[in-house]
Design a protein around this ligand. Structure first.
Ligand SMILES: NC(=O)c1ccc[n+]([C@@H]2O[C@H](COP(=O)([O-])OP(=O)(O)OC[C@H]3O[C@@H](n4cnc5c(N)ncnc54)[C@H](O)[C@@H]3O)[C@@H](O)[C@H]2O)c1
Length: 265
């Protein structure tokens, strides 16, 4: 039986996107009251209208005062916060197009990326912790990427910002574990969400498909289920961890997946 989140209050940042919307739906099905937080106001309102007892809030995670308003509005409506899913990331076409190797990196692009992905996540965590400290309970899930662990020729700023998120996760787990607050990271691999597939050159997609050990690429529900599990009491002894949800892409020497086909015939 799926883990229960009955009555829990959960903020999902980037809740309108592929993985975020799937996570909102899965956690709502398990009984959570969801705050759909996204820069896309219309999308947040449309999704919240589909869910029972959900709240849509527009927030730009680059702006500290907007983040403060998000947490205040959540408290005004629900009076508590049990789960923070830091899922949003700067993934617009313009950003992805410019984010290549460090030799060609613009400082402006680096700063923009870190401002949302690392700084925005940190500020969200800080607000959540202040609330969760008063409850002596809570679960924070920070979305990173398997690219936080592996080198790549592109997305250098993105990958570094996600590595920062991983270390933040360990710091929070260490500082707040004794207060009943857990913090973990999920690291998706290529997941068939709109943003991921829109921007991917066909050759890159082919490489990822070849190196993924499962016979299929994941979809947003695969990440959503991992997040919902980490949010629940079934994960009560799990903190400071990285849960990689990438069909095994990152666990082997490149090319070895095809080797198995040769050996087994
Ligand atoms: N899809 C993948 O293949 C993949 C792989 C690895 C990691 N991830 C991570 O998973 C998470 C979700 O990715 P996705 O594929 O669903 O992306 P997506 O683009 O579909 O969703 C991202 C959401 O974040 C919102 N957003 C962007 N900038 C924002 C800002 N400044 N303030 C508030 N909201 C903002 C967007 O409006 C969008 O709804 C991201 O953290 C991403 O880095 C995704």
């Amino acid at each position: 039986m799926a883990s229960s989140l009955n009555g829990r209050v959960a903020i999902v940042t980037g809740g309108v996107g592929g993985i975020g919307a799937a996570t909102c739906r899965v956690m709502a099905e398990r009984g959570a009251r969801i705050v759909v937080a996204d820069i896309n106001r219309d999308g947040a309102e449309a999704l919240a209208a589909e869910l029972p007892d959900a709240l849509a809030l527009q927030v730009d995670l680059a702006e500290e005062d907007e983040i403060a308003a998000l947490f205040q509005a959540t408290m005004d409506r629900y009076g508590r916060l049990d789960v923070l899913d830091n899922n949003a990331a700067l993934l617009g076409h313009d950003v992805v197009q410019q984010d290549h190797d460090i030799a060609t990196m613009s400082t402006e692009l680096w700063d923009r990326t870190f401002r949302v992905n690392a700084r925005g996540t940190m500020i969200c965590c800080r607000h959540a912790l202040k609330i969760m400290e008063t409850q002596n309970s809570g679960s924070i899930i920070n979305t990173a990427s398997n690219l936080a662990l592996q080198g790549n020729v592109i997305q250098s700023a993105y990958s570094a910002s996600k590595a920062a998120v991983l270390q933040m996760t360990r710091s929070i787990a260490t500082s707040h574990g004794k207060r009943g607050i857990r913090c973990n990271s999920v690291l998706p691999g290529l997941t068939g969400s709109r943003a991921a597939l829109e921007h991917l050159p066909p050759r890159l997609r082919q490489i990822v498909e070849e190196e993924t050990l499962t016979p299929y690429l994941g979809d947003p529900m695969d990440i959503a289920h991992a997040v919902a599990f980490l949010a629940s009491d079934e994960a009560r002894y799990i903190t400071g961890q990285m849960i990689v949800v990438d069909g095994g892409t990152s666990v082997h020497i490149p090319g070895f997946a095809r080797l198995s086909e040769m050996i087994q015939g």
